[in-house]
Structures are given as C-alpha cells and as structure tokens.
Design a protein around this ligand. Structure first.
Ligand SMILES: NC(=O)c1ccc[n+]([C@@H]2O[C@H](COP(=O)([O-])OP(=O)(O)OC[C@H]3O[C@@H](n4cnc5c(N)ncnc54)[C@H](O)[C@@H]3O)[C@@H](O)[C@H]2O)c1
Ligand SMILES: Cc1ncc(CO)c(C(=O)O)c1O
Length: 309
C-alpha cells in the first residue's frame, strides 16, 4: 500500500491532484521550482477542498499535503513520484535525471503527460521498468477517470500498482493497451477540437454556438452513453451510411489552424492571460471557475447515481 507521494510541478494540474491524493489518505509533498506556484496552490486549496466536500469525498485519516522548495525533501521516502511539469520532453527529462540520485530504485515514477509516448520518456530513466503514464484530466480533483499507460519497458507490476492506487482512491483507472501518442482521451479530444476550430475558422459557426451545439448535444449525450454504445443506439447502419460520405469531408489537417497559432503568437492563451477564444475579466474568471465546478459536481453526482430499482 502506497503511503508517501511526491508531486513534482504544481501549475494547473498539481494543486487539485495533490489535494485529491491527500484526501485519499496519502502523505503528499508537492514541489515546484517557482515559489509563486506554491503560493498559488495554497490559495486554491479552500476552493478545491470545498468541491471535494460537495462530491462527498471525506478526508481519510493519515492524509496530509505539504509544500516544499526542495526536490530532495519532496521525494524523501516517497513510494511514488508524480511528474507534472510542462509538456516538453527536455523539461521532463531534466526532472528524471534530477530524481536519479534522490530516490530508491523501487520508487515508482509516473508522468501526467497529455500524450508524449511513455516509451519515449523512458529513454531518460535509468530504471524505466518503474515508470508509466498516469494521465489525469483537468480539473483533476473532479474528473475521476485516469489513464494508465505502460511504455515498452514498464514492468507489469508498475502499471498494476498505479491501477490499484487509483481504485483505492475510488477513482476510475482506464488501462490503455498501446503506447500511442495522445493515448485515448486526448486523441478523441484533439480530433474533436481540430474539427471544432476548423468549423469556426471556416465561418460555419460562431464559437458560442458551437459550444452550445456540442455541450447540449453530443457532449451531453456522451456523458451518459459512451461512443461505442452510441453506435448501437444510433444503429451501425446509420453510422455506415453517414460515415460513407462524411468521413472524407472531416478535417485531416496535420498542422495547427491559424485560429490557434495567431492567438498563441499574440499570447492570447485563454483564462491564463485573460483572453483567448473569449475575453475574460478577473471577476468573470472567478465566477466561471465556481459555476463550472458546481455544475461538474452536479453532473458527476447524477452520473454516479445508481440505477433506480
Ligand atoms: N492543463 C491540462 O489540462 C492538463 C491535463 C492533464 C495533463 N496535463 C499534463 O500535465 C503536465 C503539467 O500540465 P499543467 O497544465 O499543470 O502545466 P503548467 O505549465 O500549468 O504547470 C507546470 C508547473 O511545473 C513547474 N515546473 C517547471 N519546471 C519544473 C521543474 N524542473 N521542477 C518542478 N516544477 C517545475 C512550473 O513552475 C509550473 O508550475 C503536462 O505534461 C500536461 O500536458 C495537463
Ligand atoms: C485542451 C486539453 N489538452 C489536454 C488535456 C489533458 O491532457 C485537456 C483536459 O484534461 O481537459 C485539455 O482540455
């Protein structure tokens, strides 16, 4: 049974992930090279714990969350190290190299990478057998599904231990069988986002209308009926007929749409810069954060409701 977990990198994902683990009874120590990120994480905790409370996730005894500015302190006696630094191989590799002299060879290491192949990341570890992917979704304290991805050199017991940890937390492990870029969730998400951005860029629909179309149409339905089950609901004959002409019409671009590259070049990145697809005031960002957390909690409670007998 794991007891001590180190979270390396706070940012967007780290605070929610660390608190969720702590409330699962683990002793978590979070480290970030940027002290401001540690302060920001501490300031987020009341909101995060409030949401976990509304989800009915009561803190298990023995859990704790500490913050440190020392990597060595963070990983001391850790059973598991969760790497959660930016999605750049070179930054991740630097962390793995720094870990080598600080952790026991039995300590498991996972990456929250959104889609870098685990086998590629394993090239930077002297003990690749103890490394796998543990891909959380944002916000990590609310979304229960976590992908577990083995690389070519991952020992089966490593992946099994991560699956067991996720189950013991009352979360939903999804084992991805092949170490493909983007794994499963993000391949589906990025196919959808590519199509959505192209439709907006081509003037087929405005961003707000697209969001309404997807959130209150297919998004709503998919939260209850998964894609493969939906094939049976719609009828595979319907899919066969529609895909017969539609598949050749869908976006297959291999580059990134100017709609996105333009905004990135102008540092219009979204909530983190006050504007991206939409414009936001600081007050609106706070309102949206609370509103979306409340709605995600309500939807999750509905989805977890056991079928009424
Ligand atoms: N943002 C998402 O929606 C999301 C969801 C799931 C997974 N991920 C993945 O999780 C990882 C982190 O994503 P994020 O959005 O939290 O990133 P982020 O850029 O918001 O945060 C990364 C944090 O790492 C810190 N950092 C940078 N170098 C470091 C180092 N050497 N040691 C310790 N800390 C360091 C930064 O100061 C920052 O606080 C990425 O691989 C990302 O693809 C992101
Ligand atoms: C746009 C985007 N990219 C990556 C991820 C997760 O790796 C997410 C998410 O978790 O929501 C995302 O929205």
């Amino acid at each position: 049974m794991m007891k001590r977990i180190a979270v390396i990198g706070l940012g967007t994902m780290g605070p929610g992930m660390a608190q969720r683990l702590a409330q699962g009874g683990l002793v978590v120590t979070a480290f970030d090279t940027d002290g401001a990120q540690i302060e920001k994480a501490k300031a987020m905790l009341p909101l995060i714990t409030g949401v976990l409370d509304r989800l009915g996730i009561t803190p298990k005894p023995g859990g704790a969350l500490h913050f440190t500015t020392s990597l060595a302190d963070a990983v001391k006696d850790a059973d598991l190290v969760i790497e959660n630094v930016p999605e750049k191989i070179e930054i991740k590799a630097d962390v793995y190299r720094a870990l080598e002299g600080l952790i026991a060879s039995k300590t498991l290491v996972v990456s929250d990478t959104s889609g870098i192949p685990i086998s590629k990341l394993q090239e930077h570890l002297s003990h690749p057998e103890r490394f796998c992917g543990m891909h959380w979704s944002n916000p990590p304290h609310i979304i229960p599904m976590i992908e577990v991805i083995s690389g070519a050199k991952t020992a089966p017991e490593t992946a099994k231990a991560i699956v067991t940890l996720i189950e013991e937390l009352g979360l939903l492990p999804v084992v991805v069988n092949k170490d493909v870029p983007g794994f499963v969730e993000n391949r589906i998400l990025y196919a959808l986002l590519r199509e959505a951005v192209d439709l907006v860029e081509e003037g087929v629909i405005a961003p707000e209308a697209l969001d309404t179309c997807v959130s209150w149409g297919i998004g709503y339905k998919l939260s209850v009926i998964g894609p493969m089950a939906l094939l049976d609901v719609a009828g595979l004959d319907i899919y066969h007929s529609v895909a017969g002409f539609l598949n050749q019409e869908l976006s297959t671009r291999g580059d990134i749409a100017p709609f996105v590259t333009k905004r990135v070049a102008e540092k219009r990145l979204g909530l983190k810069t006050g504007g991206g697809v939409y414009a936001y005031t600081p007050e609106r960002i706070k309102e949206l954060g609370a509103e979306r957390a409340r709605k995600l909690v309500a939807v999750r409670r509905a989805l977890e409701e056991k079928d009424r007998t």
